[in-house]
Design a protein around this ligand. Structure first.
Ligand SMILES: CC(C)(C)CCc1c(C(=O)O)[nH]c(=O)[nH]c1=O
Length: 312
């Protein structure tokens, strides 16, 4: 069966790759992704300066495999590290390179975008809209006017097709409002849905203590428990963004959830928590599981069923 796809004009020989933030902060990790069964790779969201991030424990899988919680605090090597990586990257390689940017201000995003545009490389830029906004205001992804203003500045600068990483939405009116903004920008080629479900709290019964150290234990939720929110966001934006694509992420632990993401409309599928727990060998397992499901159902390519979820 054919698991290949094209995102923002770049060909992936299979739909799978890492969720930004997982297995992608350092070159060694990115090299492991290149050597894995993934179809592509995306770097850890970069800020202008290097960041250590929050004190540990800052990521933990939750008991009974329902998911994970993290408050990493944007640890990354600084954007120049990823720009250099993108300069050295072998673009004849079968896998396209995605670069995630998460500036702490619009000015920082502009400076980073300008540097990448100046370098004129084949990598695809993805702006993380869960990045923090002005302190006291909600993240960019939850401030529709700020999101529109950021895109009005960034889209013309980037010129080429690019994407944005979106937090999960839970209100139909928000799907409508965000889609109306996204549809204004022709080169905004895709949205990646969803980022972690924000500010969850995991507490240990025995110690009566929050699991992670930062932010009084508050952190983003990922893994199987966010699957149905992820499927809804993928399908909501698939229905609302004609001519654009959706990358699905959230709750993919096997070929089954990957199949459901594609059925909901995903053109590619990213994996975070399960990759963190299982390592890059996971891609071969998940590709095999998706292939088996497609063979059993008689599908020869992901194109045949993408977005074809039925309603009653
Ligand atoms: C949450 C932010 C630190 C504002 C952005 C980086 C990020 C982080 C992180 O670095 O803590 N974790 C996530 O699950 N998603 C993200 O987008």
């Amino acid at each position: 069966v054919d698991l290949s796809t094209t995102i923002a004009g770049a060909h992936l020989d299979n739909v799978f790759f890492n969720a930004s933030g997982v297995w992608c902060q350092h070159e060694e990790e990115l090299q492991a992704l290149l050597e894995s069964g993934s179809g592509s790779l995306i770097t850890k969201s970069a800020t202008y300066e290097h960041r250590e991030g929050n004190p540990s424990p800052r990521y933990l899988p939750l008991p009974s495999g329902i998911g994970s919680i993290n408050s990493m605090g944007l640890p990354n090597e600084g954007y120049e590290y990823y720009l250099n990586y993108a300069r050295k990257f072998d673009y004849t390689h079968a896998k396209p390179l995605f670069i995630s940017l998460s500036g702490l201000s619009l000015a920082d995003n502009v400076k980073m975008v300008e540097a990448f545009v100046q370098a004129n490389l084949p990598c695809i830029l993805e702006v993380n809209f869960s990045c923090p906004n002005v302190p006291g205001k909600p993240q960019l992804g939850y401030d529709i006017d700020a999101m529109d203003a950021a895109l009005a500045t960034l889209a013309p600068l980037i010129k080429k097709p690019f994407g944005i990483k979106l937090p999960p939405y839970f209100d139909i009116a928000h799907f409508d409002q965000v889609a109306a903004v996204v549809n204004k920008y022709d080169n905004l080629a895709y949205v990646t849905c969803i980022n972690s479900v924000g500010n969850g709290l995991a507490i240990d019964l025995d110690t009566e203590t929050a699991l992670i150290k930062p932010k009084d234990g508050f952190g983003g939720l990922g893994g199987l428990m966010v699957l149905n929110t992820a499927l809804a966001n993928v399908n909501a934006f698939y229905r609302r963004l004609p001519g654009k694509q959706v990358i699905g992420v959230g709750g993919v632990v096997s070929g089954k959830e990957a199949f459901l993401h594609i059925l909901a409309g995903a053109s590619a599928v990213q994996i975070g928590t399960q990759l963190k727990e299982e390592g890059p060998a996971m891609f071969d397992r998940i590709k095999k599981e998706l292939t088996e499901i497609m063979e059993k159902k008689g599908y020869k390519s992901v194109e045949e069923f993408r977005g074809k979820v039925k309603t009653l």
